[in-house]
Design a protein around this ligand. Structure first.
Ligand SMILES: [Zn+2]
Length: 258
């Protein structure tokens, strides 16, 4: 079986890919970092490959994987495993999951949780650029508000989970669609749509996955040229990153081996 792990700032989600679907669990990140939990230990002998999604910007160098930046992680974990594994940015894993499950080979994936992440899938593969491609949360949307990454005026500083007070209540009441952050979010999506011209945009994450896709669609269409068609989807699966990491491990390591 294949193990997918989503290492977040507070929680770490684990998804075991079995023949008949996924078995999922959530742990505190501190516990995972301290050593593998019983759950993983139980299955570890049967695990063939591991996929890890992590809230960090990564770069593959000749010396191995390098962390460029990890603004939303308390510490950079030591990623040494006794099984073959792949590590990728969490939003890239999300985008990969969305691309496979929604059936689009050209897709922009955006996660809104504690931070805002982005991943680009082109012709079914992750587009990385020099490592941090797709990081829509750290693009400039105006103003001087300081972002957690140290930059100013970034989208995440207006619409990331750490920037919106009582996000869950605001989603429930619909108040979130009235806030400036939502408008900036939709403008940013429209800009990205014009640059990438994807078939679809998938919005996920603890906050993003609970938004109304038709309201995002409507607001994105205000800013994007009418000749450009794009489908906006929300993906409400808290284990999308862990599952995407498992799929990525399957499609990269196992396919290269066979
Ligand atoms: Zn930033």
């Amino acid at each position: 079986m294949i193990l997918g792990i989503d290492v977040g700032g507070t929680n770490t989600d684990v998804a075991l890919m079995m023949d008949d679907g996924f078995d999922v669990r959530t742990f505190r990140t501190a516990e995972i970092l301290a050593g593998f939990s019983e759950f993983i230990e139980k299955y570890w002998p049967d695990v063939s490959v591991v996929g890890i999604g992590i809230a960090a910007w990564l770069k593959l160098t000749p010396d191995g994987l390098q962390f460029i930046n990890a603004p939303n992680l308390p510490e950079i974990p030591d990623l040494t495993l006794s099984k073959p594994f792949v590590v990728d940015n969490d939003a890239n894993c999300f985008a990969y999951f969305a691309s496979k499950t929604l059936g689009y080979s050209n897709l922009l994936g955006v996660t809104v949780g504690t931070g805002i992440g982005g991943g680009v899938i082109t012709e079914g593969k992750i587009y990385r650029g020099c490592g941090a491609a797709g990081e829509i949360g750290h693009t400039y949307v105006g103003g001087e508000k300081v972002c957690i990454c140290g930059g100013r005026g970034h989208l995440e500083a207006y619409f990331g989970g750490w920037a919106i007070e009582n996000a869950e209540k605001k989603i429930e009441s619909g108040e979130i669609y009235e806030c400036d952050g939502f408008k900036l979010f939709c403008m940013s999506l429209a800009n990205a749509v014009m640059i990438l011209n994807p078939e679809a945009v998938a919005v996920g994450g603890r906050i993003g996955g609970r938004l109304d896709s038709s309201l995002i669609q409507e607001n994105v269409e205000k800013w994007v040229h009418s000749a450009i068609e794009v489908e906006i989807h929300t993906v409400r699966d808290d284990y999308a990153v862990a599952k995407g990491a498992a799929m990525l491990a399957r499609d990269t390591i196992l396919q290269t081996q066979s």
